[in-house]
Design a protein around this ligand. Structure first.
Ligand SMILES: [Zn+2]
Length: 175
């Protein structure tokens, strides 16, 4: 995993790109939660399910199919979200799918089963600059946790901020 602080950054940035007025706050909050829930799969370790199993860590819950499922489930709550069907699906899909993408950029653990249920092959990106985060909130406050946060800050937060700032400036010029 990247840290649970960094995963929600992606749906938040996506909401900004799509246009904040089109994204109801409760949809953004749910999409942020959707960016974290794939890691609930760590419970598999408790049940003795190995890391590389389809139902192990970074298995089915990190797949694109799971993200699509999250999006589809979201559509059942259309009246709750008060958004258009397309926006609800896209935001929840981005939230959940981006989790695996960030994980595939980390330098530790096993790869991500993006294409489950078609294959359980685990994938990483060719470049994996982000320090892998240890599982569990406690680990944030250790020197290793600080190294992880620093790596995410430099490699994810700052570039994301620069892209959003550039878009803001471009939008302002157009108006
Ligand atoms: Zn993960």
């Amino acid at each position: 995993m990247a840290t649970i602080i960094t995963h929600p950054l992606v749906p938040i940035a996506a909401a900004y790109l799509i246009g904040r007025d089109k994204i109801p706050p409760r949809l953004l909050i749910t999409a942020s939660i959707a960016s974290i829930i794939p890691d609930l799969d760590v419970i598999a370790f408790r049940f003795g399910i190995p890391y590389g199993d389809p139902f192990g860590h970074r298995g089915f819950s990190h797949s694109l199919a799971f993200a699509a499922l999250v999006g589809l489930i979201g559509l059942c709550f259309k009246n709750y979200f008060k958004g258009s069907i397309g926006i609800i699906f896209i935001m929840l899909f981005i939230g959940s799918a981006s989790h695996g993408i960030l994980d595939a950029l980390t330098d530790g653990g096993q790869g991500v089963a993006f294409f489950w249920p078609f294959t359980n092959e685990r994938y990483f990106f060719p470049v994996r600059p982000v320090e892998v985060s240890q599982i569990g909130l406690r680990n944030f406050l250790t020197p290793r946790g600080m190294t992880v946060l620093w790596s995410e800050f430099i490699l994810i937060w700052i570039p994301a901020f620069l892209v959003l700032a550039a878009i803001t400036i471009t939008r302002k010029k157009k108006t």
